[in-house]
Design a protein around this ligand. Structure first.
Ligand code: PMP
Length: 391
């Protein structure tokens, strides 16, 4: 039996550019001591106090079906966090709790797009974006960003694509893979186009606690945007809770009410004991978030110092997220060739820029997800390797 075309085509059928990643995993399984600077997984686990809260909640009986939109106390805590961080009055009715940011991305596109509609997303992009758009039956169209604009999306480009008819634009700041934090000017330009062209803005803010320079701005706070913005949030990155699958959508009340129906017919919500643990974590305020972010802040500063001492590899001007994006075009290699050779010769695995779309060709993404000493050693090897190749 054949599965539906929609399901069969989720990945788009092309090579996903993740060959280096899978090869690194295989080598590691064979016992080769590969240093993996590939995926966005912290080198620390979920805080013991949060795990204790999870255990307490489960033992107290929160193991049955939980409220599908999310338990009231968690929706309130997320709403309060967003109100405090953005100034946009946000209540429980604006929040849907989801199993992680990924399912929030899927649900948000369901809310925005009908079958066959065009959904814009920025290239370079987080790996699941085009597939998530295809999974709801919409058509993904990439908005190319450029190294010369420091990968900030340009309003004129959004407008040119939107002129052909589009229903939504997906942005991500701080950005994966580039680490770029969108400036207020960028966001104002994008918001203007969304208002003019009547687009939904889907704003992926899962890295909002990982800002090393500048300020996180949520476009939902810009004039006229709260009614057309769906914010995707998650506790994966902010609280090192990747495996707990706990995220949310913040948006207009009517859209959230419809999205509750989608949850009823798909996920049926998030386990109660996970929600209680998330609530416990949020009630601790920003200190635990800063503790989770601190190692990446340190490593980013280290990377900046090390990159400044050489001239072959460029650092994309970025001030957030757990990655640094290196411009290796001076080596004459593609990101893919660079990453493959680095893996073979130095046993260091990084992600080719091409894994995230064509806009990041000639770059590699380095996840800062090993301890400080290992990170410094690995990065100096990457730079040495690039220096040899550039000669
Ligand atoms: N958005 C971006 C940009 C991401 O990098 C990730 C995870 N790497 C997600 C969304 C999804 O995260 P989660 O489902 O764990 O919340």
């Amino acid at each position: 039996m054949q599965v539906s075309n929609r399901l069969a085509n989720i990945t788009g059928g092309g090579s996903d550019g993740w060959d280096v990643f899978y090869r690194a995993r295989r080598l590691k399984a064979e016992g080769v001591p590969v240093i993996e600077l590939t995926i966005g997984e912290h080198d620390i686990g979920t805080a013991p106090a949060v795990l204790d809260a999870m255990h307490r909640a489960a033992r107290a009986g929160h193991t049955g079906y939980a409220a599908v939109p999310g338990v009231d106390a968690l929706r309130d805590a997320v709403a309060l966090r967003i109100t405090q961080r953005t100034g946009v009055p946000t209540g429980r009715e604006n929040i849907l709790i989801t199993p992680g940011g990924q399912s929030a991305l899927f649900a948000a596109h369901h809310a925005a797009c009908d079958e066959g509609d065009t959904a814009l997303y920025c290239d370079p992009y987080y790996a699941t974006y085009p597939g998530t758009i295809r999974a709801v039956g919409a058509r993904p169209v990439a908005l190319r960003t450029r190294p010369r604009d420091a990968f900030q999306p340009q309003a004129a480009d959004v407008d040119a694509l939107a002129a052909d008819g589009a229903r939504s634009l997906l942005i991500n700041t701080p950005n994966n893979p580039t680490g770029v934090v969108y400036s207020r000017e960028t966001l104002e330009g994008i918001a203007q186009v969304c208002r003019d062209r009547d687009l939904w803005l889907i704003s992926d803010e899962v890295y909002d606690t990982q800002i090393w320079e500048g300020r996180h701005e949520s476009p939902r706070a810009l004039p006229g945007m709260a009614e057309r913005t769906l914010v995707v949030g998650s506790m994966s990155k902010s609280h090192a809770m990747t495996g707990s699958r706990l995220g949310w959508i913040a948006g207009p009340e009517a859209a959230i009410a419809h999205l509750v129906n989608l949850s009823t017919h798909t996920t049926y919500g998030v386990p109660g004991y996970i929600q209680d643990a998330g609530l416990f974590a949020l009630l601790q305020g920003s200190a635990p978030e800063e503790a989770v972010a601190a190692p990446f802040r340190r490593r980013w500063a280290m990377a900046r110092r090390m990159l400044a001492e050489q001239s072959v590899v460029g650092l994309v001007p970025a001030g957030g997220a757990m990655y640094v994006m290196l411009d290796i075009r001076a080596t004459g290699l593609s990101g893919e060739d660079f990453a493959n050779a680095l893996l073979d010769e130095r046993q260091i695995a990084v992600m080719p820029g091409e894994s995230f779309g064509q806009a990041a060709a000639g770059h590699v993404r380095v996840a800062m997800t090993v301890d400080d000493e290992a990170f410094a050693t690995a990065l100096s090897q990457v730079l040495e390797f690039a220096g040899e190749r550039a000669r």
